[in-house]
Design a protein around this ligand. Structure first.
Ligand SMILES: CC(C)(COP(=O)(O)OP(=O)(O)OC[C@H]1O[C@@H](n2cnc3c(N)ncnc32)[C@H](O)[C@@H]1OP(=O)(O)O)[C@@H](O)C(=O)NCCC(=O)NCCS
Length: 221
């Protein structure tokens, strides 16, 4: 997971989860909305009080109307730009807004950066409540395959935490990976991030390594 770049020393845990076999998980298969390039032909899924329900995709380019206490987990679309920026700034405050804006633009316009971004939609077409960015890394500590899907960013707004939104985002990421034949998924977190550690472990990730990262300023020599 990306951490503030200014930190000279970073300790992190690396976590890895084996994907559950197709059909053996305790959640429904999740064909997610495929973006806003054309009429929605896929399906989204609603998450409410610990249950996941497949819902028919709405016609055209719109999502279902808002339903209280429900989150739609779906792929990020261009209209989410401002909300994605807000949440990225909350998760990674050490990067400035311009840097986030550049990365968001690069993803939306040329597909660079994460291979998949999922969001939790509070209201159809309205504000978001969380996001997950998935990358593909050639190597991840403790993993046996390459490339390996890697959770690079995972965030839920404070008012929505402990309601299963984070778990639903990870389920979407796992479904993405499983559909593409991956058998494991990796992530990391800072050792003092108790909530993240607990959530990773609760969602089936196992700690594979602990490391300390260093940085040295190179002078003129
Ligand atoms: C980590 C984060 C994304 C989890 O999102 P969430 O929506 O609260 O997670 P969920 O509600 O799906 O929680 C799933 C499980 O994780 C565990 N968990 C989550 N937050 C926890 C906390 N603060 N303390 C203890 N366990 C926690 C619980 O077991 C929970 O299941 P339960 O509520 O049924 O007991 C969220 O806390 C967050 O955005 N934190 C700030 C950003 C961050 O640290 N991101 C991760 C960087 S590595």
């Amino acid at each position: 997971m990306r951490t503030p770049r200014e930190l000279p020393i970073r300790m992190s845990f690396v976590l890895m989860a084996w994907s559950r076999c197709e059909g053996s998980g305790n959640y429904n298969v999740i064909p997610l909305l495929a973006g806003r390039q054309g009429p929605c032909s896929g399906r989204g899924f609603w998450r409410t009080h610990g249950t996941t329900r497949i819902v028919p995709a709405p016609p055209g380019d719109s999502l279902e109307p808002p339903i209280p206490n429900r989150m739609l987990i779906r792929a990020l679309v261009g209209a989410d730009r401002a909300e994605w920026l807000r949440m990225r700034c909350a998760l990674w405050p050490a990067s400035d807004g311009d840097e986030h804006t550049r990365e968001i633009t690069a993803f939306l316009e040329s597909g660079s950066g994460p291979v998949a971004v999922y969001v939790a939609d509070r209201e159809a077409g309205g504000n978001l409540g969380g996001f997950l960015e998935m990358g593909l890394r050639s190597y991840a500590e403790g993993c046996r395959t390459s490339p390996v899907p890697y959770i690079e960013g995972w965030y839920v707004d404070p008012d929505l935490r402990r309601r299963g939104v984070g778990e639903a985002l990870v389920e979407a990421a796992e479904a993405w990976a499983r559909e593409r034949g991956h058998t494991e998924i990796a992530s990391d977190t800072a050792p003092d991030n108790e909530a993240s550690l607990a959530a990773h472990e609760r969602l089936g990730f196992a700690i594979t390594d602990r490391m300390v990262c260093f940085r040295k300023e190179l002078g003129e020599g």
